[in-house]
Design a protein around this ligand. Structure first.
Ligand code: MIC
Ligand code: SF4
Length: 642
């Protein structure tokens, strides 16, 4: 039987398990990437493994998130990351060299390879036919140590593209349409594989926009074939030797096919506060805009910025709008400087920011109170911009420019002439922003500033669990709700005791003190609990506060794995209707839970306060059961577990 692209890559990397949907499989990881906000923890964990060198084909450490240096913390982390990389055989992409996903696509990614990254937008690599997945920092540390990546075999959904995009309709509108159709949980347990004649009409940067924002579907990853366009991109990067063709077999099977006629698409926009709140731009009437931000790992390629510059050329940003532009990489930044496009951007009144994540993660440029911000980014969760009551919309760079010029959310087709921007035929390749690992690693001293605190380690699970419900959340709670980012909190990523003070603080400022007062307890969640980022701090910090169990209607993939990795028991309601019967403050008991999950027997949670039993399920593999019982993956590995 024929194979689709995902099956081809998985079978070539399969170490353990059967490739049947839902089965637990283990695959070999060729490449890893980390970024600074998750990287310090990941390297502390790698150090704890006690190895001399990474065992992957290639590992890269990027600095792109924690770029504001308003205190010593971020700068300390950068030094630590640089020294660790040098010592352990890891390439180091310096601050200013660009956003991890953009730079990895340009300089390191290769079709047919597996890539595991401690960032949820790692699937960007799917734009060149990689099987690229996001994971918690601990899973990435294990992969750097040569360990397999364990996942449940996803089902593969085909998005079949026909036709050609019309002027002012973009790759961003394609992924926004997919999000409209599938929703933020529509990709859970799935790989989204693109195919059909429409694929040929999309360049690599366009494909990468789509695979990048596939993270918002909750998908395991998204992937495109590797074809002539991929080859042209690799050639442009002077890496043609890394190109291999990759396509689905003619008789490949898919769990579902979604057809999109590109010629029928129109400019789309995601309304506050979810990437799947998608409507046509023209449906939004007279919304005044305060801020426009162009950039992020979704839309900061050379073509994105060339289109932005061409549309802004000779125009001025509206006086009521603050417009920022952050190039995705030093390569892109230099190219627009060399060809003069940067001058057009500066002349328009746009504010140019260094290459990095910047406003996307609330690292500066927080909008004014109640502001409307239109961004070419991928997430618009409440408060993520740094301003609690800001209204963030997500759209293409074209729609962003239309808003920047007119001061209102405007269909970009009103700008009339669509610039003819093609992929450049040549790019200047200068890898001076990427440092090679040391040839004398024994001499490298690891630099640990006071911001880098030891990793807290959980204790083994106790035989029974008892405690209070400390919080009940709704559906689609994001890791931005659980463990907020932003300029104030991000610098504490290497300091769990300090960052733990901010768990859920935008949602319920009393949560942390309740945890302390009650000596820990439980969280009850709705559907798709923990969607969004890969940040393991959203599990690690609650663990530090004594959270032992999270009971939900369903979980998002990466957060579920992170809870298990840090020894928090993830359970789901057998009957979702029971969710409504629990109240904050209820006392719950799970008698002999450790033994019960070890045998795989049915599990009941007792509500002592309201005197009723709740049937729960735990879809944990035998290995995951052992990890949770041990109090997390580090304890499990130290105890000899594989
Ligand atoms: C994000 O976009 O939310 C982040 C910040 O890149 C996160 C990683 C992190 O929290 O450090 C992600 O996407 O995984
Ligand atoms: Fe950075 Fe934003 Fe991309 Fe996350 S989504 S990696 S914060 S640019």
């Amino acid at each position: 039987m024929g194979k689709n692209i995902a099956e081809k890559i998985i079978s070539a990397h399969l170490i353990d398990g059967k490739m049947e949907v839902g089965e637990n499989i283990a695959i070999r990881i060729d490449q890893t990437l980390t970024q600074d906000a998750t990287g310090t923890m990941s390297y502390l964990q790698f150090e704890a493994l006690g190895l001399k060198k990474v065992k992957t084909e290639l590992s890269v450490s990027y600095v792109d998130h924690n770029m504001l240096q308003s205190g010593f913390e971020n700068a300390d982390d950068h030094k630590y990351l640089q020294s660790v990389a040098s010592k352990y055989g890891i390439y180091f992409s310096r601050p200013g060299n660009g956003i991890c996903h953009q730079v990895h696509l340009e300089r390191f990614g290769a079709p047919g390879k597996t890539l595991l990254g401690s960032d949820s937008h790692t699937p960007t690599g799917g734009g060149i036919g990689m099987m690229a997945m996001g994971a918690g920092g601990l899973d990435v540390a294990v992969a750097m140590g040569g360990g397999a990546f364990h996942l449940s075999m996803p089902e593969v959904v085909n998005v079949f593209l026909t036709g050609k995009l019309k002027p002012f309709v973009t790759a961003k509108d394609i992924i926004l349409e997919v999000l409209r159709v599938l929703s933020v949980k529509g990709g859970v347990g799935r790989v989204i594989e693109y195919g059909g004649p429409g694929v040929k009409k999309l360049t690599v940067p366009q494909r990468a926009t789509i695979t990048n924002m596939g993270a918002e579907l909750g998908a395991t990853t998204s992937i495109f074939p590797s074809d002539e366009n991929t080859k042209a991109f690799m050639k442009l990067q002077k890496r043609a030797k890394n190109w291999v063709p990759l396509e689905a077999d003619k008789d490949a099977k898919y769990a579902k096919v979604i057809k999109i006629d590109l010629s029928k698409l129109e400019p789309m926009i995601a309304k506050p506060h979810s990437p799947d709140s998608v409507v046509k731009v023209k449906a939004i009437k007279r919304v005044k805009v305060d801020q426009v931000c162009i950039g992020s790992c979704t839309n900061s390629s050379i073509t994105d910025l060339m289109i932005t510059a061409s549309l802004l050329k000779g125009k001025k940003v509206h006086t009521d709008v603050s417009c920022t532009i952050s190039p995705g990489s030093k390569q892109v930044f230099e190219a627009i400087a060399d060809n003069g496009a940067l001058t057009d951007l500066i002349a328009s009144g746009a504010r140019i920011i260094e290459s990095g994540c910047g406003p996307c993660i609330g690292m500066g440029q927080a909008p004014s109170s109640g502001a409307v911000s239109v961004r070419s980014f991928n997430r618009n969760f409440p408060g993520r911009s740094g301003t609690k009551d800001a209204q963030v919309f997500l759209a293409s760079p074209e729609t962003c420019v239309a808003a920047a010029i007119t001061g209102y959310i405007t269909d970009p087709r009103e700008l009339k002439t669509y610039p003819k921007v093609k992929m450049p035929e040549k790019m200047k390749i200068d890898d001076s922003g990427i440092l090679e690992p040391s040839e004398t690693p024994g001499k490298v001293k690891i630099l640990r500033g006071p911001n880098i605190q030891p990793l807290p380690i959980n204790t083994a699970m106790s035989s029974s669990l008892e405690g209070e419900v400390l919080l009940i959340t709704g559906d689609n709670v994001t890791t931005d709700h659980i463990m907020p980012a932003g300029a104030k909190v991000l610098p504490l990523r290497s300091n769990i005791p300090k960052i733990a003070e901010f768990v859920y603080y935008m949602v319920d400022s009393g949560f942390v003190s309740r945890c302390k007062e009650k000596g820990g307890g439980f969280i009850i969640g709705g559907d798709n609990y923990g969607q969004g980022s890969s940040r393991e701090h959203a599990a690690l910090a609650p663990m530090y506060l004594g959270i032992k169990m999270v009971l939900t209607k369903s979980f998002a993939r990466i957060h579920l794995a992170n809870l298990i990795n840090f020894g928090i028991l993830p359970l789901t309601f057998a009957d979702p209707a029971d969710y409504k019967k629990i109240e904050q403050g209820d006392k719950l008991k799970l008698p002999l839970v450790s033994d019960i999950i070890a045998t795989g027997a049915d599990l009941t949670v007792k509500n002592i306060t309201k005197k009723f039993d709740i049937q729960v399920t735990y879809s944990l593999t035998p290995r995951q059961v052992q990890i949770v019982r041990a109090g997390g993956l580090l304890n499990y590995t130290r105890g000899g577990g594989k």
